[in-house]
Design a protein. Structure first.
Length: 297
């Protein structure tokens, strides 16, 4: 099951500033597409990887009307990127530098960025520090305020331990953890999610991530308010911005989205019906809204 179709992309490796090997997928735009279209760079969530974007990247790179080159990145410690011996390097600041290194290596001076969860936090940093890089931004179920209840739920299921005995058990575990938040998903969607999250390592099906990344969530003191990124969010004022919130999300609240619209009336927002944190963007209606957003860039 793990062997997803690999047609449509090239697997590449880039060295980070500290020499650690970073992996990425490069989906070239169909040859009859517009050569002037800006590339799209996809940034995954905390413990996720480039495979999360496979279906979306194929759709965007092969679109008959507006094909884009799509880059999907594995942060350090995730997917096919190397694990870091210094666990302190699993930070937004280091991961942001890694993404910039990837862009520099590929000669990308300007792109549309899609940031899911952790990826969207990195884009808040880019908006404040490197806005010229951002031709447009899609924040997928993330904003300047993270709901503590949602983050605690993520902390708990990521640190539950254990590994599925087979792929059917992997799918069942995902449905048990997330099913009530994702009633819109069909059996094929759940199988594709399992393939994105798990990988066979040493003959075991395991989450494709350094366990230290999930363990770091155990150190958060939820008796104190989580820091917000409103100052960084305000830097999106001159950048085209689409915010997609999962209908059943417990990480990005409706209240936060309302405040985002109040601070930046030019943004576009959309609810992904039948999905939670974080929505699969290749499914309707999120994909339709994303296509409209890209067409206007």
């Amino acid at each position: 099951m793990e062997d997803v179709a690999n047609a449509g992309f090239v697997q590449l490796q880039v060295s980070a500033e500290d020499g650690l090997a970073l992996s990425l997928r490069d989906y070239p735009a169909r040859p009859d597409g517009n050569p002037q279209s800006v590339p799209i760079v996809c940034l995954p969530g905390l413990t996720r990887n480039a495979r999360d974007f496979h279906q979306l990247a194929l759709a965007l790179s092969q679109d008959r009307l507006a094909a884009h080159r799509v880059i999907a990145v594995d942060y350090r410690g995730r997917g096919l990127s190397a694990w870091d011996a210094n666990k302190a390097n699993y930070s937004i600041a280091v991961e942001a530098r890694d993404v910039l290194t990837v862009c520099d290596h590929l000669g990308i001076e300007r792109a549309i960025f899609i940031g899911t969860s952790r990826g969207g936090l990195i884009l808040h940093i880019f908006a404040a520090m490197r806005p010229a890089l951002l031709a447009g931004v899609v924040l997928n179920d993330i904003g300047p305020v993270i709901e503590a209840t949602g983050l605690m739920r993520i902390r708990d299921y990521l640190n539950r331990g254990g590994s599925p005995a087979d792929w059917n058990e992997a799918v069942a575990a995902l449905q048990a953890n997330h099913g009530r938040y994702f009633p819109a998903l069909n059996p094929e969607d759940w199988r594709e999610m399992a393939d994105a999250i798990y990988r066979v390592i040493d003959d075991r099906i395991v989450p494709d991530v350094d366990p230290a990344i999930a363990e770091a969530l155990l150190t958060i003191d939820f008796n104190k308010p989580l820091p917000d990124l409103w100052q960084q969010f305000d830097a999106f004022q001159q950048i085209p911005l689409l915010v997609i919130r999962g209908e059943h999300s417990d990480l990005l609240s409706e209240k936060t989205v309302e405040e985002m619209r109040a601070r930046n009336p030019g943004i576009t927002t959309r609810v992904a019906e039948g999905q939670g944190h974080a929505p699969l963007l290749h499914l309707a209606p999120a994909y339709s809204e994303l296509s409209r957003f890209l067409a206007s860039r």
